[in-house]
Write a protein that binds this ligand. Structure first.
Ligand SMILES: [Zn+2]
Ligand SMILES: [Zn+2]
Length: 263
């Protein structure tokens, strides 16, 4: 059979198109699964897609912990987050089994995809990091014989990385003289004397270029999803109490740069 020589060079330069089975595609990026993870709800997606898209809700995260626990003492556990596919709370595990499968099945295509992801990660302008946040209060009970019976309490917000915080807004009970306070730098605390406990509301606001990956986060006048509202009921038992939550923040270097250039 005579071949058509004119066609050959064109054939060689053409990119090899490989059909990828639907089962081997990540439902988020629609590309071949890369470093696949499997969630407890049985969804398989790329590790990066899970980190970037799984939404962490605060309420499910808040855990009462010993008062003396500090952010640096806490070793991050695998984060539970809302599955980007079905929105149930879940955590994801890397699946070497699925990875082997797609590697064997798509060889070159997987390798190319791997190179691409590594390149993208290196040049990346948007990164995701985990932040541990504590809210709580310490308290000194009224001394014996103290007629007024006032508790001396201090409310606090602590974070594992203070550099990402722009300000912390603290909203006290409206019967206080100045119920709204803003702390521009750590310590993010307020100390008062009082008779009773109440719920303190606080907004933890990130610096420009950062946003919370949480459906509970709110927009500020300047940035999207930069404010995280938290609530804490004062505790007058013992020396006080605190709760911990672990959340993800997205940092966009392009946004941060544009601010630095202006200032
Ligand atoms: Zn993906
Ligand atoms: Zn799911």
């Amino acid at each position: 059979m005579p071949s058509n020589p004119a066609q050959e060079p064109e054939m060689e330069t053409e990119k090899i198109e490989v059909e990828i089975d639907d089962d081997d595609l990540c439902p988020i990026c629609r590309q071949l699964l890369h470093r696949p993870v499997v969630t407890e709800c049985s969804h398989t997606l790329c590790e990066l897609c899970m980190t970037e898209w799984a939404d962490v809700s605060i309420t499910s995260q808040m855990t009462i912990v010993p008062l003396d626990e500090k952010p640096e003492d806490f070793v991050s556990a695998p984060l539970t987050a809302k599955c980007p596919m079905c929105r149930t709370m879940t955590s994801a595990k890397r699946s070497l089994e699925v990875e082997e499968k797609v590697k064997t099945k798509y060889g070159d295509v997987y390798e190319e995809r791997d190179r691409e992801v590594v390149r993208e990660e290196e040049e990346k302008e948007v990164t995701v990091e985990t932040l541990t946040v504590y809210v709580g209060n310490t308290v000194i009970p009224p001394k014996e014989g103290d007629e007024k019976g006032l508790f001396d309490w201090e409310f606090f917000v602590k974070v594992s990385d203070e550099r990402v915080i722009s300000e912390v807004e603290i909203l006290l009970h409206e019967t206080f003289k100045r119920p709204r306070l803003v702390r521009w730098k750590p310590p993010f605390t307020v100390r008062r004397l009082g008779w009773g406990t109440f719920v303190i509301r606080t907004n933890v606001i990130l610096r420009h270029g950062y946003s919370w990956i949480s459906s509970d986060a709110e927009d500020t006048k300047y940035s999207k999803k930069a404010s995280l509202p938290l609530e804490w009921e004062l505790c007058f038992d013992g020396e006080g109490s605190q709760a911990r939550c672990q959340l993800k923040i997205r940092s966009d270097k392009r946004l941060a740069r544009s601010v630095r250039a202006r200032s």
